[in-house]
Design a protein around this ligand. Sequence first.
Ligand code: ADP
Ligand code: MG
Length: 316
Amino acid sequence: MTDAAIRIEGLTKTYAGGRGAPEKHALKGVDLTVPRGSVFGLLGPNGAGKSTMINILAGLVIKTSGKVTIWGFDQDRNPRQSRASIGVMPQELNLDPFFTPRGALEVQAGLYGVPKTQRRSDEILEMIGLSDKAEAYARTLSGGMRRRLLLGKALVHRPHVLVLDEPTAGVDIELRQMLWANVRKLNEQGMTIILTTHYLEEAQEMCDEIAIINHGEVVAQDSTENLLGRLDGRAMVIHPDGAADADPVGKGITCHRRDDGALVLQYRSSETTAEAVLEAVRAAGIRIRDVKTEEADLEDVFLALTSSRSRASAAS
Ligand code: ADP
Ligand code: MG
């Protein structure tokens, strides 16, 4: 298939151990496909291997084995084309302190062979909100401004795929919103986006598709919707109108009471319908003042997948 933005097959990375430290198997045979046009989330706990994978895509880390195809170009056979197809905003703030934002964008464009007439530094400076800092030394910029400049640098060669490694870790709300607004706009214009984030809520909101990586292995890859559907646990929270002496009973329904008088009815959507739960409530003579249902969120899925896996590999 050539319709993937990124295709990763059997990717491994082993870092050599130095000074008596053992070698580190950061990626242990990863297969991953990122569809074109998607906003793709790469999630995993610290040390899972996310940055290693992203830095391999960016050409900053040399893989140990496996195959990486970017926009249809094999990274080993077509290094130039594959590199031109991707722009990466790294996790680390690695900026030359003596460049101005405009200078940094121009140098980056030069590295990617973008001809002077096709450069668009002004447009990018405008987009990242640094027009008025265009001629300031990078070392005088705030952390947030440096982060925005890194985003700008990733865009100089109009890549098909934009990769953002923890773009919102430790940034303020304003910058986070600006980043997401930019990401949405670029995606609407057709750019494929890959991002890692610690904030599961953010991934749930932003991403069409998600891969969860743990200890150098992909433990799940699916649409955000399907991933959430994997946990079919539901809870219905009922505030009774008047007395509620008896517990509702029904197959697959468990009931507990909260201090505020609410009844929490847990059930599986695969076994029981919400309607059947409500019937059980009425059958117990309970009048309902208010009701709401709660579904599993990405955090539940994430914990379910990464905690069982870490137990398994701790035992091995
Ligand atoms: P993540 O981005 O998911 O937090 P990383 O890819 O940064 O994870 O790291 C994966 C594992 O590889 C970690 O155990 C980390 O300590 C190790 N690692 C990362 N970079 C190096 C390196 N340059 N040398 C040795 N080990 C490394
Ligand atoms: Mg990282």
